[in-house]
Ligand binder design. Structure first.
Ligand code: HEC
Ligand code: HEC
Ligand code: HEC
Length: 484
């Protein structure tokens, strides 16, 4: 979606300039502050602040990215050091409150579209490094992003206080002394900066992350962030640590999985830039988290399907044209739209650039969301290694050959029967849902932030308030009743 905007080059110059301007904390020798700023920049990448605070083709961290929720649009804010429009007036303590408690400088609550429930894990030192980076090395942008105005009752930001009381675990990360430093580093990154759970952990009734089923899979807008616990059937228990590292670094693991949608963005903007030691630490930790098995899963999604072709079947019917041009079957659609890259038998290209459609998480999962989303939106992920590009077929202005919901259901079912989870059936309705933004939890930000919760909380709060008022009125009535 956006670049993390490294600024590496300008760093020292800007630092020197701010130091000259007398902004430097007296206690810091310059080289130490410079090192801290650099660490802050790294943490900002690990935490992917740019994913939300940098809008496409806009200045880094100037905010204004619209985050759709069922209750209205929330705009990310300008977090450049502009005093009028950004966080230029924030003290380090105020910055820490925003990051770890979801409280703005003026005391108002932030909506949890800002992932402060994860960032609560940040240590003091890391918050300081982030603060130094944002206030000293990021270029101020004098520009006010559109303001967020949700309809009543969501416009009452104080409603988040109740939600926070219930769900914000505000303690910082506590290392487990029985584990290695590497494991603890991994746990710190996964639970905090990298906020894997924001997407991969299923949510409860009030949109809070369900810790008892951490990382066991959740819907994120039109994509599904699968179970990544070490269970060998439902999760990634059969991946080696090296494979997980390779996937996070490149977004691609031949014969298993590739990263599209929000995971593609996370790899592109954040994970590919992490130090080898940190990726190692993340993988070490992920390999040890409690397994979660879905009893309905009988085979691993990475081992479903095999090489197969329907060419013979098609040849029997006047080449590969369909009986009715307006309603082609799955086989024709596959030949016409997919086979050129993924090959007629679905095995992809030899070099693995075009992945095989069997032994592939997107086709092997019982949940077909990612297959549908891939056909609709394609893949576009750039890493230092290469660009992985597959066009979308859903009818965006740039799509070459838009397919209808009916076409995509037919095509998807063809792919599933021949290469993947043969028992899964895609309906037109399902395709329509994914096209619309995802089943039930409508938009990416909903899963990212947890907005519906707030509405429920407000309603609960209002109910309690009314009950209390009634109670108080009854009590007053009693008190003022004449004694008999
Ligand atoms: C998933 C999206 C997302 C990510 C990632 C994210 N933010 Fe935010 N952030 C938001 C949104 C949305 C708001 C505004 C929320 C509101 O208006 O209630 C916000 C608000 C803020 C604020 C309050 C600013 C103000 O206007 O007073 C600060 C500070 C902030 N973010 C810093 C950060 C930093 C630093 C990072 C990375 C460590 C980060 N954010 C990552 C979405 C995000
Ligand atoms: C912004 C949301 C988001 C975040 C943050 C995120 N993921 Fe993902 N992840 C996804 C989605 C969506 C997919 C499915 C992508 C696809 O199939 O194209 C995915 C796929 C994966 C897969 C492949 C699983 C499979 O079966 O294909 C692994 C492994 C993974 N993520 C690990 C992680 C780890 C570890 C972290 C944190 C360091 C993380 N993810 C953070 C959304 C996210
Ligand atoms: C122009 C070449 C091209 C065409 C045409 C194409 N694909 Fe792809 N496909 C790719 C590439 C490239 C990737 C991503 C590889 C990577 O992520 O490293 C991909 C990935 C996929 C994935 C895995 C996505 C994920 O997130 O896990 C599926 C499933 C898929 N394609 C199915 C299809 C289907 C079905 C069609 C026909 C509608 C199709 N592809 C057409 C090139 C293509």
């Amino acid at each position: 979606m956006s670049n993390p905007s490294p600024h590496l080059g300008a760093l020292l110059i800007i630092f020197a300039a701010t130091a000259l301007a007398g902004n430097c904390r007296a206690a810091d020798p310059p080289h130490q502050a410079a090192a801290e700023i650099k660490r802050g920049e790294y943490l900002a990448i690990a935490a992917d602040c740019a994913a939300c605070h940098t809008a496409p083709r806009a200045k880094p961290f100037a905010g204004g990215l619209p985050i759709g929720t069922p209750l209205g649009t929330i705009y990310s804010t300008n977090i450049t050091p502009s005093t009028d429009f950004g966080i230029g007036r924030y003290t380090e303590e105020e910055f820490s409150q925003a990051l770890r408690r979801g409280i703005r400088r003026d005391g108002a609550n932030l909506y949890p579209a800002m992932p402060y429930t994860s960032y609560a894990k940040f240590t003091e030192e890391d918050v300081r490094a982030l603060y130094l980076y944002f206030t000293r090395a990021v270029e101020p942008v004098e520009q006010r992003p559109p303001s967020t105005s949700l309809p009543f009752p969501m416009n009452i930001r104080a409603s988040m206080i109740a939600w926070n009381l219930l769900f914000l675990d505000s303690g910082p990360f506590v290392p487990d002394r029985n584990q290695s430093p590497e494991w603890n580093r991994g746990a710190y990154l996964v639970q905090g900066a990298a906020h894997c759970g924001t997407c991969h952990t299923p949510r409860g009734l009030l949109m809070q992350e369900e810790d008892s089923r951490a990382l066991s899979g959740a819907q994120v807008g039109p994509w599904y962030a699968p179970n990544i616990t070490p269970d060998p059937i439902s999760g990634i228990g059969r991946w080696t640590k090296e494979e997980l590292i390779a996937y996070l670094h490149t977004g691609h693991l031949s014969g298993k999985a590739q990263a599209a949608g929000s995971m593609g963005e996370a790899v592109e903007d954040s994970f590919q830039h992490l130090a080898a030691a940190d990726l190692d630490a993340i993988a070490t930790y992920i390999k040890t988290i409690p397994v979660v098995r879905d009893p309905a899963d009988r085979v691993s999604r990475f081992s479903a399907g095999k090489m197969s072709s329907a060419l013979a079947q098609l040849r029997g019917r006047d080449g590969i044209r369909s009986d009715s041009e307006s309603d082609p079957g799955g086989a024709e659609l596959f030949q016409g739209n997919c086979a050129s890259c993924h090959s007629t038998e679905g095995q992809g290209s030899k070099d693995g650039y075009y992945p095989s459609l069997f032994s592939n998480s997107a086709t092997g999962a019982r949940n077909a969301t990612n297959l549908i989303a891939t056909i609709l939106y394609g893949v576009n992920r750039t890493t230092s290694e290469r660009q992985a590009f597959m066009p979308g077929f859903g009818g965006h202005p740039t799509d070459a050959n838009p397919l209808s919901d009916r076409n995509i259901a037919a095509l998807g079912n063809y792919v599933l029967t021949h290469y993947g989870s043969a028992d899964t059936i895609i309906t037109e309705q399902q395709v329509a849902e994914v096209r619309w933004g995802g089943p039930s939890s409508p938009l990416l930000a909903l899963a990212r932030g947890g907005m519906a919760a707030a509405a429920v909380i407000v309603l609960l709060g209002a109910a309690l308030f009314i009950i209390r008022r009634r109670g108080a009125a009854a009590w007053r009535a009693k008190r003022t009743a004449p004694c008999t």
